[in-house]
Design a protein around this ligand. Sequence first.
Ligand SMILES: Cc1cc2nc3c(=O)[nH]c(=O)nc-3n(C[C@H](O)[C@H](O)[C@H](O)COP(=O)(O)OP(=O)(O)OC[C@H]3O[C@@H](n4cnc5c(N)ncnc54)[C@H](O)[C@@H]3O)c2cc1C
Length: 401
Amino acid sequence: MKETQIYDYIIVGAGAAGLMLANAMALDPFFSNQRILILDKDPKEANDRTWCFWEKTPGPLEALISREWSLIGVSENDQLTPSPILPYKYKMLEGAHFYEAMKKGLAHSPNCHFVLEEVTDVSPVSAAAAAATKAAGILKDGYTKVNTSRGTYLAPRVFNSIFDYKPLLAQDRYPVLQQHFVGWFVSTQNPIFNPEMATFMDFTVAQKGNTRFMYVLPTSATTALVEYTLFSKDRLKKEAYEAAIVTYLAQNNAGDYEINDTEAGSIPMTCYPFEQFNSPHLLHIGTAGGWSKPSTGFTFSNTQKQVPKLVAHLKKGKALDQFPSKDRFWWYDHILLEVLATDNSRGKAIFEGLFKRRSAPLILKFLSQETHFFEELYIMSAANKWRFTKAFFRVLGRTFN
Ligand SMILES: Cc1cc2nc3c(=O)[nH]c(=O)nc-3n(C[C@H](O)[C@H](O)[C@H](O)COP(=O)(O)OP(=O)(O)OC[C@H]3O[C@@H](n4cnc5c(N)ncnc54)[C@H](O)[C@@H]3O)c2cc1C
């Protein structure tokens, strides 16, 4: 066992949120005299996920983008309809490229230490307890203790990105759905993909009482990531996702095909108040901090937005639990989730109807939470008013009870 070590900042988890935060701090001279520890149980070398997001202009990760599209496809009346998304582009970033670039950035910062250890416990220690134990003499204002398989680390500011489904599932106050999926990277015999269009939501697959769609990211006419995706409460058996992909490829006349790689995941879709686990010395970040968009599961670009805000927050010396967590979009997400949780088969009609009645760029702007209030009213007026009004009052009642 190593002796207890003290840092100024500890980042638990070197995934999307942890690495983005570590890099932002490493690049900012404000933190150059601060000791920053990044802990992960995984060396982050595998290409374990493909991230997609949209943006208008080349962003800070532009050099890592492996593919981009100016058209997205959403089904309408059982046909896939391409929609231009200018001024946006839908961009693809491979996990392995991101991890490599971020770790390379950290390697140039002598104050940042990446340590490969499994974290077993993250627990805030109050100022009173800290004073009582006089932890190392310098942590008198409270700190958070991080235990790992090999030792103990303390810091007055700890960021935790380890996500745990258990507290979400142990309550019924907030609806909890998952965006769950299995994807195959395939090479097909026949040229069935439109390489200019990313298929966002193809609802031509059987709905079976849920919100089920195919998400397709083509890299050529014969190669694509084909992902069978659900917005629903419970995951399926692996074979069920795979069978749906097999059927989809056959229906689209793929011919023979090879599976070159696979990915799978489950992203929480919920307005659950993750911030209740924060303290002045501990902030949950990434999916664990509620940074996944509840109504879609998109997390990556929100993390890109949250990180600079968090760095600014740190530079002002504010307590971590004062980092803002909710805005009016929380209400919109909550209402949509309430509708989908009450009748999970409604997703196809809601999303197809939205893309039919409103322009794709405006919808993307709304999902990025960059719309003005009147644009939001215009978008929401495309939905079934009676169903959404009932859901609104249920959410209102639950929130203030
Ligand atoms: C396959 C897949 C595809 C996705 N695609 C998209 C997409 O296209 N667009 C989008 O916006 N979002 C997408 N997401 C959702 C989201 O962007 C990702 O899940 C993202 O990685 C979340 O970032 P994070 O930092 O919160 O969590 P993670 O990136 O999962 O990072 C958490 C880190 O904590 C580490 N860890 C966990 N437990 C421990 C422990 N006990 N000790 C030490 N370390 C630990 C893990 O190894 C991991 O590195 C996808 C998710 C998955 C799974």
